[in-house]
Design a protein around this ligand. Structure first.
Ligand code: NAD
Ligand code: DAU
Length: 341
């Protein structure tokens, strides 16, 4: 089997490439990534001389290039992860989100159709469902009510993928997962940002009252679910993936400080994210019943391992943060401090 993984140098993509090399060593993986600030070849340095992993730098939105790639490598299936993924950035600059997530996905879908790809796995998000009240959980039939430019762009790509199935007959499976955590996550997202700040004894910016809830999923459990969806999912179907670990942001921040032996006085409540979704929770019954998926990690064990990984891999995050992202990070960080409540 020849698989195209898009966004394979990002957080989930690099974990997925490593996972697939381990559990499907006979597959050839072609990793198409344009290497934005969030994509780092260093995430896959251990696969540098692995003949089963071919890295290709390129844009999913370059249709001619993608068609050639699909043809030359005789790609059977596409696992589509490439995206702009950070909600805060989508509020500051939405255009690239439409460019990559909407237009890029449409072009990739069309190239896949033209080249006779046998299966297209669309990695979507639970953010397509919008925000929940204090009870209940998202099912695959919950209404789509995205709030941010990021989630609106992901909803568009999710629906485009389903349209390419219904209209053109492309074999598409869509997955919608909750917040991932684990190694190689860029330190702009909640968990790695808080770890890095705490290690520097810098304030930890918690948006609003810190009571927003996310449903945390270990990235390796997610990778296992993606493989099941690719191999066993039914065409045209959507599968929710969630770790069953609902936590308030403030609980996570306190747990990180406790693991690092740092004081809670580092916590700073800052101005809320505009349009901030209050609560996400996933009902994963369908993927469990139909595809036999079971997450292997408990949140407490996974968080402990993740925090340790960031402590032990200081060089990795120092290097990835020293590039183009540094100026953005610094400016955002000082903005947050100015608006502290
Ligand atoms: P990430 O930002 O860490 O990685 C995205 C990758 O896509 C990067 O390597 C980047 O260089 C690449 N990329 C961006 N634009 C590209 C383009 N035009 N052409 C080729 N490559 C491009 O993201 P992530 O957190 O690993 O998320 C991966 C996917 O999973 C995304 O589609 C995201 O929407 C989805 N998702 C993520 C989470 C999460 O918690 N991280 C949860 C639900 C869904
Ligand atoms: O739910 C799935 C989504 O999870 C994915 O689709 C996105 O790609 C991914 O980035 C993630 O989105 P979130 O907005 O939930 O993740 P983030 O880590 O940015 O924020 C998690 C929560 O923490 C959210 O309620 C906002 C809050 N937060 C975040 C940051 C960066 C803070 O309080 N302070 C911060 O500095």
């Amino acid at each position: 089997m020849n698989i195209l993984v898009t966004g394979g140098c990002g957080f989930i993509g690099s974990n997925l490439v490593r996972y697939l090399r381990r559990v499907r060593p006979e597959w050839k993986l072609v990793n198409l990534d344009t290497l934005t600030y969030a994509g780092n070849l260093e995430n896959l340095i251990d696969l540098e001389s692995d003949p089963g992993h071919v890295f290709v730098r390129g844009d999913i939105g370059d249709r001619e290039f993608v068609e050639k790639l699909l043809r030359e490598h005789a790609i059977d299936s596409v696992m589509h992860l490439a995206a702009e993924s950070h909600v805060d950035r989508s509020i500051l600059g939405p255009e690239v989100f439409v460019q990559t997530n909407v237009l890029g996905t449409q072009r990739l879908l069309e190239a896949s159709r033209q080249q006779g790809v046998k299966r297209f796995l669309m990695v979507s998000t639970d953010e397509v469902y919008g925000s929940l009240g204090p009870t209940g959980a998202f099912t695959e039939t919950s209404p789509l009510q995205p709030s941010s430019p990021y989630s609106a762009s992901k909803t568009s790509s999710d629906l485009l993928a389903l349209a390419w199935h219904h209209t053109f007959g492309l074999d598409v499976v869509v997955t919608r997962c909750s917040n991932n955590y684990g190694r190689y996550q860029f330190p702009e997202k909640l968990i790695p940002l808080m770890v890095v700040n705490a290690l520097h004894d810098k304030p930890l910016p918690v948006y609003g009252d810190g009571a927003n809830v996310r449903d945390w999923l270990h990235v390796e459990d997610h990778c296992q679910a993606l493989l099941l969806a690719l191999e066993k999912g039914r065409a045209g179907e959507v599968y929710n993936i969630g770790g069953g670990a609902e936590r308030k942001n403030i609980e996570i921040v306190k747990a990180i400080l406790s693991l690092l032996g740092k004081p809670e006085s580092l916590i700073k409540f800052v101005k809320d994210r505009p349009g901030h979704d209050r609560r996400y929770a996933i009902d994963p019954s369908k993927i469990k019943a139909e595809l036999g998926w079971t997450p292997a990690h408990t949140f407490e064990q996974g968080l402990d391992e993740t925090v340790r990984w960031y402590v032990d891999n200081r060089e990795w995050w120092q290097r990835v943060m020293s590039g183009a992202y540094r100026d953005y990070f610094d400016s955002q960080y000082s903005t947050r401090l100015q608006v502290m409540g």
